[in-house]
Design a protein. Sequence first.
Length: 303
Amino acid sequence: MSDAIRFEDQVVIVTGAGGGLGRAHALLFARHGAKVVVNDLGGSTHGEGANASAADKVVEEIRAFGGTAVANHDSVTDGDKIVQTALDHFGRIDVLVNNAGILRDKSFHKIEDADWDLVYKVHVEGAYKTTHAAWPHLREQNFGRVIFTSSTSGIYGNFGQSNYGMAKLGLYGLTRTLAIEGRKNNILVNAIAPTGATRMTEGLIPPQVFEQLKPELVSPLVVYLGSAACQDTGGLYEVGGGWVGKVRWERSLGAGFDPKAGFSPEDVAAQWQRICDFEGAAHPADNVEALKEMMANLQKYAL
Ligand code: NAI
């Protein structure tokens, strides 16, 4: 293991770190010298109950190899308390990994308000609350790294995961804007879409693949994104099984119509192939770049 990436005197919060991916992240950060706040409510995959022992066990594991860690048992929906634990014990916060999550899978016609609300609350509101509490401290010290945990179910969609997909792609939307707002204070914000063998994916992935998808194969990317060595922001990375790749938006060059003359649904139908043709596609990095083609179309017909 290379020791070039170190976190001495830095404090890392990992939410939902009592098991699965979060535990692997917490252990790897601690092995790289970070002081770690191991947060976990310790409930079920469906978001029921609570159990302090999940976080406590991971703290014990970290201390057993000489690392530094403290447990926090609050829900991420009380994210300010998690950040307060970091401040009380270590006096600062440098890196936040928003990892806690639950599932309430049901096909859309069967979904109930409680399934929708709880998934939103844990993933989106929980990540918001924790990040919002950490943000002023990151701004003040002109350094911070924030990682959100998205999902391929959000990026691509997945049967039975309307609530989860909504929340997970929402976190990428949050990533994009916080990357813009954080940049001038050296707060870099990225998102991962992981795949790992955890209690959340047990039974969903074929056993022979499942046993190869060790959670530890996700954490090196997370620790890199959490380090000062990483200078990229606003990215979305798929990671799992020893593979890492970056995802970006792609948009066709599209079709232009005369904005003064207007255009009909039949005009859209006639141009449909062109509208959907990705030959020479654009990859807008921001809003200004995204609006370029539209502005060019206005200009083209301005005379
Ligand atoms: P997991 O169920 O093993 O871990 C999630 C942890 O979050 C649990 O320890 C749980 O107690 C904790 N947690 C749940 N609600 C909480 C709350 N309100 N406050 C604090 N802690 C809470 O599942 P896994 O797979 O490790 O998931 C970690 C993250 O990765 C989740 O956000 C999940 O949605 C995401 N993810 C996982 C994938 C996978 O292949 N395992 C795929 C895509 C995304």
